[in-house]
Design a protein around this ligand. Structure first.
Ligand code: NAG
Ligand code: NAG
Ligand code: NAG
Ligand code: NAG
Ligand code: NAG
Ligand code: NAG
Ligand code: NAG
Ligand code: NAG
Ligand code: NAG
Length: 661
């Protein structure tokens, strides 16, 4: 019994090793001929011979290379980008990249590194990006400093680093990004930061480190592009530590799973001595919120208070005249006036997306924001029976308005009269009740993009889109037309400047031949996901060089007279239609094969009938319609014999007739 069991085990082992060998045969995928290859997760133990010497970019992650040395990649001397994520690399030997002069990026993420030779990175003339994420590094001395003079980004996230003290000779002069996310750094000393003095415009990331102390003056007169102290437990430690420093942006947000302290005005005190343009405080709780909380925020140009549990912003905030961009997403306002917008008179961008309660727009809550250009109120459960002139009063410079994903809005005539400069208006997924015979969008002379997808519009209102002389992009996806048909006289007649028209998912059954007649500038028409038959193509006869999507309709046959209309377009998608591959459609199928370069989605463009050809790609169909060669041969023989017979019988008859003469 025992030998049998072991035989059986042996067989399993053997077949398992067979599988490994078999997977060795799997080939890398070519992404760009002779240059870019992906060999990820193929169980490889070496660089396959199939890769050309000219390879420049190689994704080789999830293979098995416990040691790498000068022979490992020696053939691929043109490498620029090399990704070796999770290859179980323990040892990086001397001069591994000695002949790779062009190498610019090395990714060693997720390798349990035990040893790196002093000359590991010798060779590349300009190594710029080095990823040592999750490599078990606990000390920066581990990183060989040779040949890193041109390094621009060093990624050291998710290691066990507790001190950011680089060796004194570490070349930092070109560093732009230094990422220490999720390490064990608790203290930053003057010495630590001093090593970085040569790096200008540095983005320094300490996200997910619990920093408990910063030596006073450590950041004194240092200048950064960005600083990230996300997830810090005590913000006053950070802000006090940053005194006298300058940074473009400061990320101080926190995360759900961190039990940090509520923010008080005292904790934010240190900010008064930091020069900063943009701050993110996402997910913090404020305690005792009052106008003094923001005392040290006066120099800011951007403030992000996403998900900070705000029910209101206190009135009487003073001095925030520089603020241009305010993000208040995912808070719990009941009414728009609760943000006390007048405290931020210079705002150009305001985001109140995803409010957690039904947001009442009130009346004129933003009227002091004369410079507002961008307003995002999407996903905020806004409902209004008569929108939007009272609500958006005095927003004379508004260019972008997003009211998508809200509750029903009633729109009267000229509903956006207060925002005459609108260029982009997004009302997608908001049920619109147009209470006027005329257009709610009248007089939006600069409007270019209008998203009315899934708005449950009354599309029979022919004036709905009147007064939009510059509209270029119109999305009507998911709206229905009466009887599933776009008639000759329809709401599109007034928007002759349209370039992009989206009518997908509109349950269309037919389109009148003249329906798009006034739309001469179209360059992109999406009619996909409807139930249109082949003859709907007639409606496009006046258009040339457009992108046309007819995917997922009910097209069975395209009559020959419509083929010239398709020929004159640039790209056509006919995938997922129930196409007939019979002789009644043979002209179209021939046309299709000759025009494959114009067709996209040809993998999914297949026959639906006859049953014998169901699922076959249209480009692979071979139809023999009309006569075969054999048939033609017999026909000729038959005609030949018939002629001979005729001649003989005529001769015979004539002879018989004149026999008696
Ligand atoms: C790729 O290399 C082969 C052999 O050197 C060459 O024939 C082919 O033209 C190259 N292809 C491209 C796109 O460079
Ligand atoms: C790799 O290094 C060894 C020992 O230093 C050397 O003998 C060998 O020539 C090198 N191989 C290549 C391809 O340079
Ligand atoms: C690729 O490089 C190797 C080693 O440098 C060389 O022996 C081989 O001939 C090269 N192959 C081609 C196709 O150039
Ligand atoms: C600083 O870096 C940012 C992005 O990292 C870049 O946009 C900006 O131009 C740089 N500024 C200077 C002065 O180099
Ligand atoms: C900040 O700079 C001022 C003036 O340069 C100096 O008096 C003060 O000591 C500095 N504070 C810190 C914490 O470095
Ligand atoms: C936070 O840090 C400050 C010093 O910057 C300290 O005074 C305060 O007690 C700390 N708070 C807690 C709860 O540790
Ligand atoms: C409007 O907001 C929604 C959801 O927040 C977003 O998906 C959409 O892209 C925005 N529209 C525009 C035109 O940016
Ligand atoms: C509405 O359409 C515009 C333009 O195509 C697009 O940028 C935006 O994301 C769309 N909105 C939604 C909610 O999908
Ligand atoms: C063809 O159109 C369908 C439906 O819009 C889309 O899903 C598909 O990606 C398109 N095909 C290509 C190749 O773009």
């Amino acid at each position: 019994m025992a030998p049998r069991v072991s035989c059986f085990l042996l067989a399993i082992l053997f077949s398992a090793s067979c599988e490994v060998i078999a997977s060795l045969d799997q080939t890398c995928t070519e992404k760009e001929a002779n240059k870019t290859y992906n060999c990820e997760n193929l169980g490889l133990r070496e660089i396959p011979d199939t890769l050309p010497n000219t390879t420049e970019s190689l994704e080789f992650g999830f293979n098995f290379l416990p040691t790498i040395q000068n022979t490992t990649f020696s053939r691929l001397i043109n490498l620029i980008f090399l990704d070796l994520t999770r290859c179980q690399i323990n040892w990086v030997h001397e001069d591994t990249f000695q002949s790779h002069h062009q190498l610019n990026t090395i990714v060693l993420t997720g390798n349990p590194l035990i040893f790196m030779a002093e000359t590991s990175f010798n060779g590349p003339k300009s190594l710029k990006h080095l990823f040592l994420i999750q490599t078990g590094i606990s000390n920066l001395d581990f990183i060989p400093v040779h040949n890193l003079e041109n390094l621009e980004s060093l990624h050291l996230g998710s290691n066990h680093i507790s001190s950011i003290k680089f060796p004194e000779n570490f070349p930092t002069q070109n560093l732009k990004v230094l990422d220490f996310q999720n390490n064990a750094i608790h203290y930053l000393s003057r010495e630590d930061i001093k090593v970085l003095r040569q790096a200008t415009n540095l983005s320094l990331n300490f996200n997910g480190n619990d920093i408990k102390g910063i030596e006073p003056g450590a950041f004194h007169s240092k200048i950064f592009q960005s600083l990230n102290f996300g997830g810090a437990f005590n913000l006053s430690v950070i802000l006090n530590g940053l005194r006298n420093s300058t940074t473009q942006s400061l990320w101080l947000g926190t995360f759900e799973d961190i039990d940090d302290q509520e923010l008080t005005s005292a904790m934010l005190e240190g900010l008064c001595e930091v020069s900063v343009e943009s701050i993110n405080l996402q997910k913090h709780h404020f305690s005792g919120l009052s106008s003094t909380t923001f005392r040290c925020f006066t120099q800011l140009r951007e403030l992000d208070l996403t998900a900070t549990h705000l029910q209101e912003l206190p009135s009487g905030i003073e001095g925030m005249n520089s603020l241009k961009k305010l993000v208040l997403n995912v808070n719990i306002f009941d009414q728009l006036c609760q943000i006390n917008a007048a405290s931020f008179p210079s705002l150009t961008d305001l985001y109140i997306r995803g409010n957690m309660r039904k947001l009442d727009l009130g009346a004129g809550c933003l009227e002091k924001l004369e410079n507002l250009q961008k307003l995002d109120l999407s996903h905020s459960d806004i409902e209004a029976s008569d929108c939007c002139n009272l609500q958006l009063k005095n927003l004379l410079h508004l260019q972008y308005l997003n009211l998508s994903h809200n509750s029903p809005l009633g729109l009267q005539n000229q509903a956006f009269e207060e925002c005459p400069q609108l260029e982009r208006l997004d009302l997608a997924f908001t049920h619109l009740r147009v209470n006027a015979p005329q257009s709610p969008f009248q007089n939006l002379r600069l409007l270019q993009v209008l998203n009315l997808s899934h708005c449950l519009l009354d599309t029979s209102n022919q004036h709905l889109l009147a007064g939009l002389p510059n509209l270029r992009h119109l999305n009507l996806q998911g709206n229905r037309f009466p009887d599933g048909s776009i008639p000759k006289a329809n709401l599109l007649q007034t928007v002759g400047s349209l370039e992009v028209l989206i009518l997908s998912f509109c349950d269309l059954l037919s389109i009148d031949q003249q329906a798009f007649h006034s739309l001469g500038k179209l360059s992109h028409v999406d009619l996909s996901q409807n139930s249109l038959p082949g003859n709907s193509i007639d409606a496009l006869s006046h258009l040339k060089g457009i992108y046309l999507n007819l995917a997922a309709n009910s097209i069975q046959v395209i009559p020959p007279r419509l083929l010239p209309i398709l020929s004159q377009q640039s790209t056509i998608n006919l995938s997922h239609n129930p196409l007939e591959c019979t002789c009644s459609n043979v002209r179209f199928i021939m046309w299709y094969k000759e025009n494959l370069h114009k067709l996209e989605g040809s993998e999914e463009t297949t026959c639906a009938s006859p049953p014998s050809l169901r699922g076959v790609k249209l480009s692979d169909v071979k139809l023999s319609c009309g006569m075969t060669a054999v048939g033609i041969f017999f026909l000729i023989v038959f005609l030949f014999l018939f002629t001979i017979l005729l001649i003989f019988s005529v001769k015979y008859l004539l002879r018989k007739k004149y026999q008696h003469i």
